[in-house]
Design a binder for this molecule. Structure first.
Ligand code: ZN
Ligand code: ZN
Length: 588
């Protein structure tokens, strides 16, 4: 079969050139308005560009209009970007003379004796390029924000000021992007997390550590129940391992050598331990706890495993980048002849679950990184197994050279949310090294010992991150099955409270997640507040409902369902709140 490269090319070269060119033009404008500004770096990014500046004053968005006006002039002049090659010596002299200390430091680290510069107008930058032919190539741009950024991303270095911007080939595309940004701001999971009272992060408890409030904890529990059920339906077994394991075990697995910068360590009674950054080791010990036969395989161990990884404080971001998180992690141990079917089973699982949340996604294969363990032959066989399934099943994918885990190649799943943004969630990693290091074996049909293959995989990834993505994907308005509060009872007057209490009781007994708002407030206000809380159903109870023994449900989108009998509403909500079942894999 034919290999299908993904439909969308990862980086559109002309867009990269355009955005990087815009960063030069912005840097020129900044230097003109703010004498003494030192330049550091100014790359293009997935959504635009930025430039880092060292400046004694403080930039603010109030500076953007004049900077943008000047940028527009430079663009209208259509000045050519001129590439120049000079010796390192000459380049050092040039940037020293201009007082560009960061450029000098960058130059000193370059081993090549030939340096390329790009010039336009009076502006010159140390740059590998490429660029648009001239400044006129930058069609539509906008400056977006200012943020602090450490020189070289290292918090021991000086904090610089980063100005972000974006650029597009047409004004229409720029406008669409800006509208998406506005919507993303409105849906920011940190803001909604606070407004909907889902979670908080406290500096005094520690950065990157999530504290779930009742509604957030409920949301997570619902997701976890969904996960347990779906795994059991697919022949996984639920296991639970400890939070800390002896350091020697992490040395044996290779984690200590390859991953220690991200690990937390502790010592108890002269014994060194590490907090697990991954769940693999306990699962291997379960496998090893008895002799396995070829008939026992595959074994699929599933754990909602909480792990700790020391991410730098600069990269932490709400629920999306944290230091403690729980993965929907599984390890599959199988015979080499079962590997393809197991990989296929995981890919089908991913598809079924993504369908439940209405996510589309793309697949990427990551190959051997520089820092890795295992033999060339093993890497080749593992990489081939992953690719084979993608090719046989006619699935589109891209290849990321050198981006694999240190113990094996992987398939990454990038889902796309309601705003068209991509997020990395599921991964499937093929590992031939760990079974070797832990001397895992099974007795084959030939009566001999054989080595199993191990697959590491997650479907949603980190629960924290996935919940963050879900909050933004749904804008906080979760589908009924996920909503931590499914209905709220709103009384019109205090006379209706006893009837309301009866309804509340009945709904609780039926397993509906219900709240009551019996405050002596105007009904309009109560409805508005419930809508802000994005509660799917508001059940209005006044004298009329009380007399006729009915309730008047409203949906959060404003749809008024009119008065109906309680039993009728109950049937309706029970039907709508069913947890969707991800379709089971097709047997081949
Ligand atoms: Zn450049
Ligand atoms: Zn693992």
């Amino acid at each position: 079969m034919v290999r299908h490269p993904a439909a969308k090319k990862k980086e559109d070269d002309s867009l990269v050139k355009l955005r990087h060119s815009a960063s030069h033009v912005m840097a020129q404008a900044v230097q003109e308005f703010f004498p003494g500004v030192k330049l550091s770096i100014g790359p293009s990014t997935d959504d635009g560009f930025y430039y880092d500046f060292d400046y004694e004053g403080t930039f603010s968005p109030d500076d953007f209009p004049k900077l943008e006006a000047r940028m527009k002039e430079i663009i209208d002049q259509d000045l050519p970007f001129i590439r120049e090659e000079i010796s390192k010596e000459e380049a050092l002299n040039l940037f020293k003379k201009r007082g560009e200390l960061y450029k000098v430091e960058l130059l000193q680290a370059i081993e090549d004796e030939h340096i390329t510069l790009y010039r336009h107008d009076d502006f010159v930058d140390l740059c590998r390029g490429p660029h648009a032919p001239s400044t006129g190539g930058i069609k539509a741009f906008k400056l977006l924000s200012v943020a602090g950024a450490y020189w070289r991303g290292d918090e021991h270095n000086k904090m610089l000021q980063r100005i972000y911007g974006t650029a597009f080939p047409t004004q229409k595309e720029l406008d669409a992007y800006l509208a998406m940004l506005e919507e993303a701001k409105r849906r920011d999971h940190r803001r909604l997390g606070q407004e909907l009272d889902l979670f908080s992060i406290h500096e005094e408890a520690g950065a990157g550590l999530i504290i779930y409030h009742p509604k957030g904890a409920l949301l997570r529990s619902i997701l976890e129940d969904f996960e347990r059920r779906e795994h059991l339906r697919r022949g996984y077994q639920i296991v639970i391992g400890p939070q800390i394991l002896k350091l020697d075990l992490w040395k044996q697995s290779g984690h200590f050598d390859n991953y220690k910068d991200y690990m937390y360590f502790t010592q108890v009674e002269d014994q060194e331990y590490a907090l697990k950054p991954m769940n693999c080791l306990a699962h291997m010990l379960i496998y090893k706890s008895r002799q396995r036969s070829y008939r026992d395989l595959p074994l699929r161990y599933f754990e909602l495993g909480t792990v700790h990884r020391h991410e730098r404080s600069g990269v932490l971001h709400g629920l999306l980048r944290v230091r403690e998180f729980t993965q929907d992690d599984a390890h599959i141990l199988c015979r080499p002849d079962q590997l393809h079917d197991e990989i296929r089973g995981i890919l089908t699982f991913v598809k079924d679950v993504m369908d439940v949340f209405d996510f589309s996604y793309e697949l990427e294969v990551s190959t051997r990184p520089e820092k890795s363990i295992g033999s060339d032959a093993d890497w080749e066989m593992a990489t081939k197994a992953l690719m084979d399934v993608l090719i046989q099943d006619d699935l589109a994918y891209e290849v990321n050279e050198g981006e694999g885990a240190f113990y094996g190649p992987k398939i990454d799943v990038k889902l796309q949310d309601a705003l068209g943004r991509q997020w990395q969630c599921a991964t499937i990693q093929c590992d031939l090294t760990m079974p070797e290091r832990f001397d895992l074996s099974y007795i084959g049909s030939d009566g001999e010992k054989h080595r199993p293959v191990m697959l590491h995989r997650v479907i949603l990834g980190a629960m924290e991150r996935f919940i963050g993505i879900l909050i933004e994907h749904y804008g906080g308005a979760f589908p009924l099955w996920l909503a931590p509060v499914q209905a709220v009872i709103l009384t019109v007057t205090d006379r209706n409270i006893p009837y309301g209490e009866g309804i509340y009781q009945r709904l609780c007994e039926e397993g509906i997640r219900v709240e009551q708002d019996f405050r002596n407030e105007k009904l309009g206000l109560k409805i508005r507040e419930a809508q802000l809380q994005k509660i799917p159903y508001m059940l209005v109870i006044g004298d009329k409902e009380q007399e006729t023994k009915t309730i008047a449900p409203r949906r959060r989108d404003g749809t008024d369902l009119q008065g109906m009998e309680f039993e009728k509403f109950l049937a309706l909500i029970h039907n709508e709140r069913k947890i969707p079942e991800a379709s089971l894999p097709q047997r081949r």
